[in-house]
Design a binder for this molecule. Sequence first.
Ligand SMILES: Cc1cc2nc3c(=O)[nH]c(=O)nc-3n(C[C@H](O)[C@H](O)[C@H](O)COP(=O)(O)OP(=O)(O)OC[C@H]3O[C@@H](n4cnc5c(N)ncnc54)[C@H](O)[C@@H]3O)c2cc1C
Length: 363
Amino acid sequence: MIYDFIVVGHGLAGAILAETLRSSGNNVLVIDEPKENSASRVAAGLLNPVAGKRFAKSWMADVLIPAADTFYDSLEARYYKQLYFHMPIYKIFSSIEEQNTWMAKSEGGNWSEYISATYTQSINQPGVDDPFGGIMIKRGGFLHVFAMLDLLTEDLLKQNLLLPERFDITQLQLTEEGVKYKSIEARHLVFCEGYQVIHNPYFKWLPLQPTKGEVLEVQAEQNLSPQCIYNKAVYVVPEGEGRFIIGATYDWRNPDEETTPQGAEELSERFRQIFPQEFKVTGHWAGIRPAVRDRRPLIGTHPMYKQLSVFNGMGSKGVLMAPYLSAHFANALAGKGELMPEIHISRYFSLYYDYIKHQNLEP
Ligand SMILES: Cc1cc2nc3c(=O)[nH]c(=O)nc-3n(C[C@H](O)[C@H](O)[C@H](O)COP(=O)(O)OP(=O)(O)OC[C@H]3O[C@@H](n4cnc5c(N)ncnc54)[C@H](O)[C@@H]3O)c2cc1C
């Protein structure tokens, strides 16, 4: 049998792409080396339509959010399990200056789609320190990414559509019809390796910037069960009964996968600034995000090898971006449309030509 696609990597990107390709009738084989601390498995899973200190609406939020809602809702319906938690995000102003920045930004703009309320003083939630108030962001939430991956993995394994092993690139042959990997043939192969694409000889020229992140799980002394996510420098995601996930740190200089005391201290301190009370650290993880300097994904087909593509570069927004971009890419692969130029790897093809020139390689 010849598969339509081999997908290498079953993190958030590969899993959602494989699911999307399968739902449009393709035969897909996934090859994934299981990794407990992949970016997807340690991610807090947040989806936030209004992010950053400058209160910018997330890129393409108007189309990415409905696609994400539909995709995660459909998985929940299939597996009878809640995976995506729609929840308001209370962005707490850290100072009167920040409050003023928002007031100026919001003036004249239409934010009703994403902001349900602005508070100029504390909203008096139990245990929360918010003297300057904040804004309540709607249409956000968080995904239990690890739970979604477990369900999709189990399903694929049952159908013999997932090989849980490392893809050995030295065994890949490019053929007239597509690709051959060991004895497996497919018309096309898509690499979804997250930050590990930096070791892929076909795509290592892409300007991926591995960015380490750490997250902490804490148990607060007070048995709090707030119904919103908090954001002040970090995100604090309520998991119920006083348990919170705090994320995340950003570190470009040390892209290793080790947790650090500095990471734990930074996250603990940020948590204290929102919830000034005693708590116990109950979990600590580190992973590496596949970030890109221009903050746009890296998607598309290799400039020379038309049977190879990449679906990567989701940075810190995989939960928001992967569903829409998977459908968009699947359409392009089926010849039904063009990829948007701002996500297409063609914006970096000059790096590929420089790379092969320096390596004295054939294109
Ligand atoms: C601490 C932290 C917090 C985050 N929080 C959020 C958040 O709140 N919201 C959000 O949207 N995003 C968040 N992110 C970012 C998010 O995790 C990423 O955007 C997303 O998970 C990237 O998914 P991916 O599938 O591209 O990569 P990965 O998750 O790294 O998955 C790649 C997969 O490919 C496999 N693989 C790689 N090479 C091979 C090979 N040769 N053979 C076989 N398998 C291979 C790996 O084992 C892995 O399973 C966070 C990231 C971190 C690190």
